[in-house]
Design a protein around this ligand. Structure first.
Ligand code: SF4
Length: 462
């Protein structure tokens, strides 16, 4: 990829970033090696307020950096000048479609979900946070923010398939039944990839939120409670199982509850005596949600690369058998550091989200380190290819440009504002907002669980 001829905007001259020259309609760059787990957004997918920006964008010749960047600058530079230091642009590592580079170009901050969650609370001088990532990340910022701050997501349809299998309506009936049966013995740990309403359940039991980077720390804390608690882990069954095994919870003390509507419909009264006994004896109950991007990995993928001299590292949302077979596992930060710290000549297969691996591969290549995606195996009999997070990549240049322009003009759509307790339909973008009292209740409970996570995480660092 050649360096773009377009200068970065004068407002943020700190960094020159390079762009994939194959920007496609909707700005989602399809690079060889990343399967099309995401598709170009048809124009009717843009909410009414953002359609004019999408139409302009789609009319740009070829949508190469030479046409896209001046178009973006024509909106972004005046908007950033108008908003001044009050605004902070945010993106997650997994973002595709060059959004990570665009957010960096305009002076934004790119990080994992833990670091993103803390940005409002750590930057009281900023009043507007504009996030290009998925909804649960934006809502977490809103749960922790100061009163005077506002949080916006560039595309409200950017959901998370794992979160979608653990909506409040699905989890709440089960949570209530478990609390009825186990009372104060039940302690919920809720992975960051869940709504504020589900995070609030952790707070109600005295539990905590966790991320992939601190899940083991949080799980150990929960397991070491005296008297011992029954841990309910929501929503990712794989992260829950991997973290539980890592601290020594035996697999026969883990109970699996289905995810999605299957889980919601399952009732204690439906369980056989044997199932009920297993549930009573379980130290860890795992809600059965998962991430499709991470569950394509199989131990055969690991063996394929290991026999060819590659070190294999995977994200803990991968199944236990894969984590077991790999040479290392950990959060996005762990994976990134493992690649960046590798010696020249090293060969690494990474099992996680496709855009992240592509970015790591580009960076590592400059240092003579070879990076491949764990599932990108040039043998069709393996039947799987690595893919990117489709929902996250629903944020594209017209969404970023349109929202920032409208925000600067005082006309940002309410649909894009993110408040504690909002529930979003990722298909339609429709947002269900709670009344102020219920909102405050969710905020209090979810915040308690988030603050417990922060306390334990920061404590473990010191
Ligand atoms: S990669 Fe998976 S868990 Fe992460 S946001 Fe996308 S769908 Fe959700």
């Amino acid at each position: 990829m050649n360096e773009t001829a377009i200068a970065p905007p004068s407002l943020h001259p700190h960094r020159q970033v390079e762009f994939d020259r194959s920007m496609r309609p909707s700005g989602i760059a399809l690079t060889p090696g990343i399967a099309i787990c995401q598709t170009d957004l048809p124009i009717d997918w843009y909410q009414a307020e953002l359609k004019p920006y999408a139409e302009e964008y789609l009319a740009l010749p070829d949508r190469t950096p030479e046409t896209v960047l001046p178009w973006m600058d024509s909106y972004m530079v005046p908007a950033l000048r108008e908003l001044g230091d009050s605004v902070m642009l945010l993106a997650h590592f997994y973002m595709g479609g060059e959004i990570v580079k665009l957010v960096e170009r305009y002076g934004g901050f790119v990080a994992d979900s833990y670091a993103l969650a803390l940005q409002a609370v750590r930057n009281p001088g900023k009043t507007h946070f504009v996030e290009s990532a998925v909804h649960f990340m934006a809502e977490t910022i809103a749960l922790l923010k100061h009163e005077h701050q506002s949080v916006w997501i560039t595309n409200p349809k950017s959901g998370c398939t794992m979160e979608a299998l653990a909506k409040e309506d699905m989890v709440l009936p089960v949570f209530r039944e478990l609390r009825d049966r186990y009372g104060d013995d039940l302690l919920a740990i809720v992975y960051m990839n869940a709504s504020g309403r589900v995070k609030a359940m952790a707070g109600q039991t005295g539990g905590a939120v966790c991320t992939s980077s601190n899940a083991k720390t949080i799980m150990r804390w929960a397991y070491e409670q005296s008297p011992r608690k029954k841990i309910l882990f929501i929503p990712d069954r794989h992260l829950g199982e991997n973290s539980g095994r890592a601290i020594g919870i035996p697999p026969d003390r883990m109970a699996h509850w289905p995810g999605g509507w299957d889980g919601a419909r399952r009732r204690m009264a439906h369980l056989s005596a044997q199932e009920l006994d297993a549930l009573d004896r379980a130290e860890l109950v795992l809600w059965g949600s998962f991430c499709g991007v991470h569950t394509i990995f199989r131990p055969e993928h690991v063996a394929y690369w290991q026999t060819r001299g590659y070190r294999v590292i995977v994200h803990p949302e991968s199944p236990w058998e894969v984590v077991q077979a790999a040479d290392g596992h950990g959060s996005t930060n762990y994976l990134w550091s493992a690649v960046m710290d590798a010696s020249p000549g090293a060969k690494i297969a990474v099992g996680t989200e496709g855009h992240f691996v592509r970015n790591a591969r580009e960076q590592a290549a400059q240092r003579g380190v070879e990076v491949v995606h764990l599932a990108d195996i040039p043998d069709p009999s393996f039947g799987a290819v690595g893919c990117g997070c489709a929902t996250m990549s629903r944020n594209d240049p017209p969404h970023l440009v349109g929202l920032l322009d409208l925000l600067a003009k005082g006309r940002a759509p309410e649909l894009n504002r993110v408040l504690a307790g909002d529930s979003v339909d990722e298909t339609t973008g429709w947002r269900e907002r709670l009344d102020p009292r219920s909102q405050a209740e969710i905020r209090t409970d979810a915040r308690r669980a988030l603050e417990k996570m922060i306390e334990l995480t920061e404590g473990a660092k010191s």
